[in-house]
Design a binder for this molecule. Structure first.
Ligand code: ADP
Length: 402
């Protein structure tokens, strides 16, 4: 079975075509700058990039271009669109409606539209991607996999905020959590690498990328996570503030005469590592280089605050689970920064965690990076959200064929 996985963002559309007989990625790519100047397709095949500059006015056009390249004589990997058996879509917000992947029918489309209010930036492009794909590939099953789904097992004590309960009842204000597909994949892979059943393990997964979150995965279920009602809460991120005293919001609004939109923009786009480093960069590679090579003090402070926040969450989640067996690092920074991993782990020696500096000196591949005698294991586990989406899509597509 061949499964096309689509991740439609506000101005981009990423794709991967899987051959599920061996879970191989046949090709992948991205259409960038949809609806903007300078839009283009970057198609990856056999480790080579093929770039095509082309006007792309919307997600439908973007997907048409993807389907054309998939069937192209030179750069394609399939003879015709008929070889695509199912399509899996990444959807950011499933609200309280979805705790697993689903076949996208009319009822699901309606539920997705109902959830727009919860994810105004993310769900509309996801919906556009689904609509375009259903139109261009009408005869195959379309499956939705939600970033929030894995966290639907959070208990009430973890997901309710201490504001009047009526706001949960009226607006569904609660912790949803995000990056769920990644936390699911990484926690399961961690158990496999350790050779132990996930049902016996207390795992803390640290998805540290541009957007970042930590999850407490107890016996295979997410019981707490650092992102909340929106992806703004929790860790210090590239440009997002993460946790802060909510009174700062109203204080700043009053002092600086800021509208709701402006304060929202400051917290989402001008804060985090970028804000702390006085606008030096939101990219942790730049911050690390400036801090460690150029001895830039502001960058070093940004890096310290960034790592410290991660360590605090790991400590909190060890308490939430009354113990921890393994801590796994994933995503751009988690997979590629030995410095941040070592710095975070340096706060966690009290848990019995000992990092092996030689083993930690790796980028982008699976490894146990703690010492043999470390009580708590530390690991690097590159995430693979697309594979989870492809597997779920295959499972659901097969089940409806029966
Ligand atoms: P997104 O949330 O956009 O998917 P990624 O998971 O791709 O983000 O992570 C992007 C982040 O990973 C950037 O801050 C980037 O600098 C960081 N990163 C990538 N490689 C390295 C590296 N070698 N050292 C430190 N940070 C890195």
């Amino acid at each position: 079975m061949k499964v096309l996985v689509i991740n439609a963002g506000s101005s981009s559309l990423k794709y991967q075509l899987f051959d599920m007989t061996n879970e191989n990625v046949l090709c992948s790519g991205i259409v960038e700058r949809i609806g903007l100047d300078g839009s283009r397709l970057v198609h990856k095949l056999n480790g080579q990039k093929h770039v095509k500059d082309q006007e792309v006015k919307d997600h439908r056009v973007a997907l048409k271009i993807v389907l054309e390249i998939l069937t192209d004589k030179t750069y394609g990997v399939i003879g015709s669109m008929k070889e695509i058996d199912a399509v899996g879509h990444r959807v950011v917000h499933g609200g309280e409606t979805f705790s697993g992947s689903v076949l996208i029918d009319e009822k699901v489309m309606k539920a997705l539209e109902d959830n727009i209010e919860l994810a105004p930036l993310h769900n509309p492009p996801n919906i556009m991607g689904i609509k375009a794909a259903k139109e261009l590939l009408p005869d195959v099953p379309h499956v939705g996999t939600f970033d929030t789904a894995f966290h639907q097992t959070l208990p009430k004590k973890a997901y309710l905020y201490a504001i009047p309960l009526r706001y949960y009842e009226k607006y569904k204000i609660r912790r949803y959590g995000f990056h769920g597909t990644s936390h699911f994949y990484v926690s399961h892979r961690t158990a496999e690498i350790l050779g132990r059943p996930i049902e016996e393990l207390k795992i803390i997964t640290c998805h540290i990328g541009n957007g970042s979150s930590v999850a407490a995965v107890k016996y295979g279920k997410s019981i707490d996570t650092s992102m909340g009602f929106t992806p703004l809460e929790g860790l210090v991120m590239g440009t997002r503030s993460g946790d802060l005293d909510p009174a700062i919001v109203t204080f700043l609004q009053e002092k600086e005469h800021l509208s709701y939109k402006e304060i929202n923009n400051i917290l989402n786009k001008e804060s985090g590592a970028y804000g702390l480093s006085n606008g030096l960069s939101s990219d942790m590679r730049d911050i690390e280089n400036a801090a460690l090579e150029d001895h830039n003090e502001v960058a070093k402070l940004a890096l310290d605050i960034y790592d410290y926040r991660i360590a605090k969450y790991v400590g909190a989640y060890a308490a939430a689970m009354n113990g921890v067996d393994a801590i796994a690092f994933t995503a751009g920074v988690g997979e590629n920064s030995p410095y941040t991993r070592a710095d975070v782990c340096s706060y966690l020696e009290f848990l019995g965690l000992k990092i092996d500096n030689a083993k930690n000196n790796i980028r982008g591949k699976e490894a146990i990076i703690s010492t043999e005698d470390s009580k708590v294991k530390a690991l690097v586990v590159p995430t693979n959200e697309e594979l989870v989406i492809a597997r779920d899509t295959q499972k659901i597509a097969k089940s409806i064929k029966k």
